[in-house]
Ligand binder design. Sequence first.
Ligand SMILES: Cc1cc2nc3c(=O)[nH]c(=O)nc-3n(C[C@H](O)[C@H](O)[C@H](O)COP(=O)(O)O)c2cc1C
Length: 378
Amino acid sequence: MDHHSRHPAIADLKARARRRIPHFVWEYLDSATGDERTLARNRSRLDQVRFLPSILHGEFEPDLRTTLLGRDYTVPFGIAPVGMSGLIWPGAEQMLARTAARHGMPYTLSTVASQLPEDVGGHAGDNGWFQIYPPRDRDIRLDILRRAREAGFHTLVLTVDVPVASRRERQVRGGLTQPPRLTPRLAMQAAQCPAWLNGIRKTGMPRLRLMESYADTKGSMPSNQHIGYLLRTSPDWSYLRALRDEWDGPLIVKGVMNPDDCERLAKDGADAIWISNHAGRQFDAAPATIEQLPAIRAATELPVIMDSGVETGLDVLRALALGADFVMLGRAWHYGLGALGEAGAAHVMDILAKDMAANMGQIGARDLSDLSGKIVEK
Ligand SMILES: Cc1cc2nc3c(=O)[nH]c(=O)nc-3n(C[C@H](O)[C@H](O)[C@H](O)COP(=O)(O)O)c2cc1C
C-alpha cells in the first residue's frame, strides 16, 4: 500500500515509531530539557505564523529548488546532526546519508554519531556536511577535520549551543547510559521491539566511534569519561577563528539565537548562521527559533538556516517567509526510520515536499522567493 494512504503526516510516522523503538531510546530521541517549555514554545510560535490565501492565480507547479552556499538543492530543507542516530534506528547514519544523496538534500553527520565519517561519507555523495563538537586537543581537532574532508564532507557545522551539558530529566529517567548498555529493565523494553533489536544484532550496540578512536591514545581514564573530557570544551571566539583557518570549505555556526552575535560571527569567518535551540534540549527558557528569525535576518547578510520544532511543509514555508534561506529537521527523519526503516526517511521528504506544494498553491507562491509578502500575522 502507498505510504501516503497509511501515513499521510509525520505525526503518523511518529506514532508508529514510538511503538517500534524501545522506550529508553524513545526518551532520548523525543525529550527536551526541564519542563520542555522551549520545545512547546517552538510549536506554538510556529502556529502563530499565518499567510493570506490567494485566489484566481491560475494553475502552476510550485518550484521548491534552492541554492545554499554555492550548491543546488532540490528542496530547501535537510537533515540536522543527531548524535547516536544509530541507537535510535540501527544503521540510521548510512540510511539518512543515502536518502539525502538520492533526493538532493544535505545530510549532517554528528561528531557523536555512532558511525565514522569514513563509513558514512561515501553514502552521502556530494551532500555531506560534518558537524563538529569542539575537541579540546588541537591535534585531535585537526585529525577530525582531515578525516571529515577526506571522507567527502565539504561543509563544516560548528555547534555552539552546548556550552555545558544540559540536564535532560526525562532521558535520565529512561535509563540510557553512555555507552548504552542493556540492563535487564532496558532489555525487556528492547524485547518488545523486534525490528529494532534485529537491527542492533547486526550493527552491534552503537558507540561514539569517532571519539573512541582517540580515547585509547591519551591517558588512562575510563573511556566514557575520557570522551567527555576530549569533547566537552566550551569554545570561544578564538576557537571559531582557529577553526576558520583550519577548514577551507563553508563554515556554518549552529545554535545562534541572538541577532547581536551575527556581525562578529561574519567577521570571524562564519559563512552562514544556523538558528537553533537544539529542539529545546539545552535551555528551557530560550525563545522559539521562529521568534528570533526576523531579527537575525535583519542583522546579517549571511545565509540563515533555521531548525527546532519543524514538523510540516507548512512550517518550512513559515520559516522561509520570515527570512530563512534553508530549514533543517532532526527528529522527523528518525520518526520515519523508526516507522518504516530507510523507506521512512524518503517518505518524510515526500510528505514535506507535498505539503509545501499544497500550501504554496493556497498562498499563490510559485517559488520560494515568492513567500515573504504573503505573511498575514506572526
Ligand atoms: C536525539 C538528538 C540528538 C541530537 N544530537 C545533536 C548533535 O550531535 N549535534 C548537534 O549539533 N545537534 C544535535 N541535535 C540537535 C539537532 O541537530 C537539531 O538542532 C534539532 O533536532 C532540530 O529540531 P527538530 O528535532 O525539532 O527538527 C540533536 C537532536 C536530537 C533530537
